[in-house]
Design a protein around this ligand. Structure first.
Ligand code: NAI
Length: 334
């Protein structure tokens, strides 16, 4: 069973090789690693492979899927939970198995959301630099006590629930919005309509998947409903947020803080070292000029525990494909 692993970073190799040796010794999964992201120009690398293993910014639209199918590929293994980058209808028409890792340490992403909130609120990134330069002034580092504040969670699935539990534990009032309410969330928070959540929350944290319904969920109108000075956190998918509208809301001082681990145009930037390059994305560069904006490069999932789980489940999905067993992590078009 030959698998081409795209967008392979050193940590992907390490954790996939470890999982292959630990869980599948003797089964001979042959993994070939390619640094390149998968798209129409790189699909040819999959010649002679049975499966491709991909990540969040690999592009699996209909032309790429047709190209892969033509090369003999029959399975798409996602090393992530989200599957918005795969044309599931085209995959079904071609008879391709698409499998994902539905859950792997949701707490890893929830804890990163917390880290973003804490950093922005208490300016620890600025304090770190100041103290190293011998500047012990506190001016500009004033934060707010989070205890007693209201946190709105949009999408109360696995990660949203883990985030809600953290903020509940910190003494915050937690509000939630989800078309499928869960009793676990109701144990720590209250469900309200999205409009009420936006109007009441000091911090809004996005944890719903990217779908046609949630595309640009945060736009001029929804930003207008948010409390003046509120904080917006997005660790889910970039296109949940209209970045143009967010920049306008920051410039008008209506939006108080923004922290994002994901960005709509991230595929041209993230997971690469561009420190010696000129970045052409003017919108991203504008975001970088705000003192009240914090951006991380899609690292919410990036813990040892999560990577071990991702690689273990990815290879289990490959095992199901190889043996012809029903794959419980198969993704199908809604
Ligand atoms: P999940 O499937 O457990 O939960 C998603 C929740 O969103 C569900 O309860 C669903 O009913 C709800 N939802 C769907 N449409 C909605 C809408 N219009 N409004 C409000 N809620 C809605 O997914 P999980 O595991 O919690 O992951 C959430 C998202 O986090 C993923 O879709 C993925 O995009 C992102 N993610 C980001 C990572 C990172 O490294 N930054 C890592 C893993 C996931």
């Amino acid at each position: 069973m030959k698998t081409a692993v795209f967008s392979a970073r050193p940590y992907d190799r390490r954790f996939l090789d470890e999982a292959n040796a630990r869980d599948h010794a003797g089964q001979g999964f042959e993994l070939a690693y390619f640094d390149a992201a998968l798209d129409a120009t790189t699909a040819g690398l999959a010649q002679g492979f049975d499966a491709v293993c991909v990540f969040v910014n690999d592009r699996l639209d209909a032309p790429v899927l047709r190209a892969l199918h033509g090369l003999g590929v029959r399975a798409i293994l996602l090393r992530c939970a989200g599957f918005n980058n795969v044309d599931l209808v085209a995959a079904a028409e071609l008879g391709l198995l698409v499998a994902r890792v539905p859950a792997y340490s949701p707490e890893a992403v929830a804890e990163h959301a917390l880290a973003l909130v804490m950093t922005l609120n208490r300016q620890t990134h600025r304090a770190y630099n100041r103290v190293r330069e011998g500047n012990f002034m506190l001016d500009g580092l004033l934060g707010r006590t989070l205890h007693g504040k209201t946190v709105g969670i949009v999408g109360t699935g696995k990660i949203g629930l883990a985030t809600a539990r953290i903020f509940n534990g910190m003494g915050c009032t937690v509000l939630g919005n989800d078309p499928y309410p869960s009793p676990e969330f109701s144990a720590v928070g209250h469900y309200v309509a999205l409009e009420e959540l936006l109007a009441r929350s000091d911090i809004v944290s996005l944890h719903c998947p990217l779908t046609p319904q949630t595309h640009h969920l945060i736009n001029e109108e929804s930003l207008g409903l948010m409390k003046p000075g509120a904080m917006l956190i997005n660790t889910s998918r970039g296109a949940l947020v209209n970045t143009d509208a967010v920049v306008r809301a920051l410039k008008s001082r209506h939006l108080g803080h923004l922290a994002i681990d994901v960005y709509e145009q991230e595929s041209a930037l993230f997971f690469q070292d561009l420190s010696g390059e000129i970045i052409d994305d003017d919108l991203f560069q504008r975001l970088m000029t705000f003192p009240n904006v914090l951006v991380t490069g899609h690292q919410g999932f990036f813990t040892v525990e999560a990577l071990q789980e991702i690689c273990s489940i990815t290879l289990r999905n490959l095992c199901d494909f190889a043996s012809g067993a029903e794959c419980q992590n198969r993704v199908v078009a809604a």
